[in-house]
Design a binder for this molecule. Sequence first.
Ligand SMILES: Cc1cc2nc3c(=O)[nH]c(=O)nc-3n(C[C@H](O)[C@H](O)[C@H](O)COP(=O)(O)OP(=O)(O)OC[C@H]3O[C@@H](n4cnc5c(N)ncnc54)[C@H](O)[C@@H]3O)c2cc1C
Length: 393
Amino acid sequence: MSALYPVSDLYGFEELLTGPELAKLRSLRELLDTELRPVLADHWERAASPIHLREPLRDLRLADDPALLDGEGNVRELYRGFRNFEFSRTDIGTGMLYHGQVAMFRELVRQGGSDAQVAAWDDDIVSFRMTGAFALTEPDHGSDIARGLETTARRDGDRWILDGRKRWIGNVAHSEFVAVFARDVADGEVKVFLTRTDARGLTLTTIERKAALRLVTNSDIDLVGVEVPESHRLQRIASFADVSALFRTLRPDVAWIAAGAQAGAYEAALAYALNREQFGRPIAGFQLVQDKLVRMLGNVTASLAMAVRLSERRQQGVQRDEDSALAKLWVADRLRETVAWAREVVGGNGIVIDNEVARFFTDAEAVYTYEGTREMNTLIVGRAVTGLSAFVR
Ligand SMILES: Cc1cc2nc3c(=O)[nH]c(=O)nc-3n(C[C@H](O)[C@H](O)[C@H](O)COP(=O)(O)OP(=O)(O)OC[C@H]3O[C@@H](n4cnc5c(N)ncnc54)[C@H](O)[C@@H]3O)c2cc1C
């Protein structure tokens, strides 16, 4: 069977995937090509989320097909990585529709929920019957959220009362629940509450006029005396150390997302350069254009190598903050370079969304910032290699 990434996977990392894993990724490719590509530019223009894909994505069983699962019900880390790669090779925003639900929300519940909570909700989450978003960031606290969390939770018998504000929360406008991170006024520790988005006292406001990730609906949330039953507090999240553990799981996904977007931008730029003629020949035949194409391919290949090795280590049970932080910051940095070169190769047409590269160019800015900015991840790695924390002066 022909390779899945003949253009952008020069070193053949996909050969590390199993037959069923490759087959699953092919079916994802087919879905994205038929159901998303034709409407992609229009959705971008209208800043509309492609939520019509939720049902076919559920039917594909990308995360719960028994053919992909080990004895503990998990997919292999490498497949998980390539699943992110495949999504963002087509569109990062659409990948977030899936990733927000099946990675961020699901992982939070799986790691933070009691055995009974996971047993009650996991099947519904993976099959999009119980949809959810992840609400940590606040208007006044992004990078310093661990020490600055202002949203409060006050226990009142069998229920909790939440007050505060959240910002940037992806997909919450299309979700039934939102996982709200709040500080317990009694012990000062962080706790997480699965809050209904239609709860009294909860107001969502869409962040309009975004220049990046236009296919993702991001919202501000106001919480005024919102009630959540104790049954919907995730029982195993009791401190920011638990939240850090969660990010160790989520940050490698972002490295894969950033690698996949580079592949998408590179493939689009190469195809354009082979077709576009100037001075009587395809621009791909000019040395200065080839220089950019090769730089892009180098970035894609190195990013993939880093992501693959990270996933292999995670498969072996090695999970260190500095590993995932280094991968996230370094691959997102390469993403910024790659999408800029891709945009350049496509010339003026590179700012028209139909030519793909402008979408990757703008979306890269969001990937660069979320799940830890380059500076925050640098400080995590810097602390690990020096033993000295430089987060505050
Ligand atoms: C498109 C998008 C989607 C998002 N989705 C979600 C979501 O679903 N859920 C959620 O909870 N959050 C979400 N976020 C929030 C995201 O995690 C934050 O934007 C991120 O943590 C950075 O916070 P900030 O934007 O407030 O920037 P700030 O923290 O204000 O940082 C501004 C700049 O200052 C730098 N800086 C800050 N402190 C230091 C320091 N000590 N040393 C050096 N530099 C420093 C930062 O690196 C950055 O460059 C999303 C963000 C975006 C853009």
